[in-house]
Ligand binder design. Structure first.
Ligand code: PBG
Length: 335
């Protein structure tokens, strides 16, 4: 056989042609299996005490630490676009070993909750991070024992009080993200004991000790040295993620969350198949930063990557997605 005179290979024409359904944009759109809807997107927002101007977060281009005022503009926009909700994080001016700013009714996060609920409480689900890492000077998600370990049970009693402070501020749903054993049960019973039966719990159930939280630590001015491996899960464990989700439901979680999202699509799917409550996933700071950095270099089609990212998290089984792209994605999805 030579290149000039190839022997024609016998071609058996395919009987089944999946490409037929990909022929036109209209047909592709018609047979698309699923798509995220803006109502399923939740925008995480950072509000920093004492700021007079929004402050860009270097490692998350396009995301800022808000002032109390700029945060209200951001939530208005989120409401106009029909997002599902917002998740609020507070960055206090002063941190201490016990994270006492978290309990202070005049603390940055509690004030922000009241502001946001006042502004858009009738249109969005207002959620707040329930964790101590933004408030502690050592940066851990709980209080420490004298020898420097994270004290699970003493942390639980702080979480119980923190939940009450947030409920009192008017939050719709608290998001315990500290991975302490028993946190959902303690928070549920503390809320119920004071009549806050309607305040929900979005439990960060399967939260991994992930490298993809890197940029977030700048966003909350974290002072953490070391890691969170004694409380956040080993990234290689999927059964354990399902176990944590089931436990949280038993303890009273209304939604369970898997976090991060992209490296854990299998865990999202497994949790979705194992539970009967809505499943959320957190498209975290490092996932955001990777796409933004590649796009800034011209290495990736940014908008397509955003929609593919969120679409794949949804396809894996997430009913609700927390994403720094929530506003922009809502625009793209309704364009
Ligand atoms: C803990 C918390 C973290 C994130 C959300 N809640 C950081 C951590 O556990 O280290 C990370 C979110 C992100 O990376 O986008 N309060």
């Amino acid at each position: 056989m030579t290149a000039e005179h190839p022997i024609p290979a016998p071609v058996v024409p395919p009987v089944v042609r999946p490409r037929r359904l990909r022929t036109t944009p209209a047909l592709r759109r018609m047979v698309r299996e699923q798509q995220v809807h803006p109502r399923q997107l939740v925008l995480p927002l950072f509000v920093r005490e004492g700021l007079t101007e929004p402050q860009p977060i270097r490692s998350m281009p396009g995301v800022v630490q808000h002032t109390r005022y700029s945060m209200l503009e951001a939530v208005e926009e989120a409401a106009e676009l029909g997002l599902g909700g917002v998740m609020l994080f507070g960055v206090p001016e002063e941190k201490d070993a016990e994270g006492s700013g978290a309990l202070d009714p005049a603390g940055v996060l509690n004030l922000a909750i009241t502001d946001v609920v006042g502004e858009v409480g009738d249109q969005l689900t207002v959620m707040s991070d329930l964790c101590l890492d933004e408030f502690t000077d050592h940066g851990h998600c709980g209080v420490l024992t004298p020898d420097g370990r994270v004290d699970n049970d003493r942390t639980l009693s702080v979480y119980a009080q923190m939940a009450l402070a947030q409920a009192h501020a008017g939050v719709d749903m608290v998001g315990p993200s500290g991975m302490m054993d028993g946190q959902v049960r303690v928070i549920r019973s503390s809320l119920d004991a004071l009549g806050h039966h309607d305040v929900g719990i979005l439990a960060y159930s399967a939260k991994y000790a992930s490298a993809f939280f890197g940029p977030f630590r700048e966003a909350v001015d974290s002072s953490l040295t070391g890691d969170r491996k004694t409380y956040q899960q080993d990234p290689m464990n999927a059964h354990e993620g399902v176990r944590e989700a089931l436990l949280d439901i038993e303890e009273g979680a209304d939604l369970v969350m898997v976090k991060p999202a992209l490296s854990y699509l299998d865990v999202i799917r497994r949790v979705r198949d194992a539970v009967e409550v809505p499943v959320a996933a957190y498209n975290v700071s490092g996932e955001y930063a990777m796409v933004e950095a590649a796009a800034a270099n011209g290495w990736i089609d940014r908008e397509a990557a955003i929609l593919e990212t969120l679409g794949s998290i949804h396809r894996a089984g997430a009913d609700v997605i927390l994403s720094y792209w929530a506003v922009e994605a809502a625009r793209l999805l309704t364009a």
